[in-house]
Design a protein around this ligand. Structure first.
Ligand SMILES: [Zn+2]
Length: 190
């Protein structure tokens, strides 16, 4: 997705995403509900999982998409670190390199059958690169999604530190007002 940076065009380029996310809204509205839906994704060692309200639907949809790609074999997939840096999401995952093996029988010139086990590396790589592409695409969308409310936004540094904010929340910060709480309450997380 191309993210245009000027004020006049951002509405037309980013609104379809906001609408899509609203339509995709499921019963997963809080981290607690997301953890209950995909417990394995949050069961491994991590360096911190921080979810923001404005990006939550994007992240929840990403988890659903990854779950679909993994299928029955979850390959020890889990989030290693979920955070924000320089205004954009940084979502790191860990996935086991569980190579599928297949037996191949080779008959030598002496007539001896040798069973070899070959790894279907290509299949494993295609799944992990598919997951990587999904994560990268969702991270890219956070560059244009208000971290507070999920409406289309752009990078804003008027309050001292860089955040992606919609027009309303950028103006609120410029005007000296404090932004609404965009981290989830403790009760929504555990
Ligand atoms: Zn906003």
């Amino acid at each position: 997705m191309t993210v245009k940076r000027d004020w006049t065009s951002w509405k037309t380029t980013a609104y379809p995403l906001a609408n899509r996310l609203k339509r995709a809204k499921t019963e997963m509205n809080t981290p607690k509900q997301l953890y209950a839906r995909f417990p394995y994704m949050f069961a491994g060692k991590d360096l911190g999982i921080t979810l923001y309200k404005g990006w939550f639907l994007l992240f929840a949809k990403l988890c659903q998409d990854i779950d679909d790609v993994l299928g029955a074999d979850k390959r020890n997939f889990h989030w290693a670190q979920v955070k924000e840096k320089f205004g954009a999401a940084r979502w790191y995952f860990s996935m086991q390199n569980m190579h599928a093996t297949v037996a191949v029988n080779e008959i030598g010139s002496d007539g001896v059958v040798t069973s070899l086990y070959r790894t279907l590396v290509r299949d494993v790589e295609s799944i992990s690169s598919h997951v990587s592409r999904l994560v990268h695409a969702a991270e890219t969308l956070t560059h244009a999604t208000c971290i507070v409310c999920g409406e289309p936004g752009k990078l804003d540094s008027h309050g001292g530190y860089i955040l992606v904010l919609c027009v309303k929340h950028a103006r609120q910060r410029i005007g000296g007002g404090s932004l609404p709480q965009y981290l989830f309450d403790e009760a929504d997380q555990v």
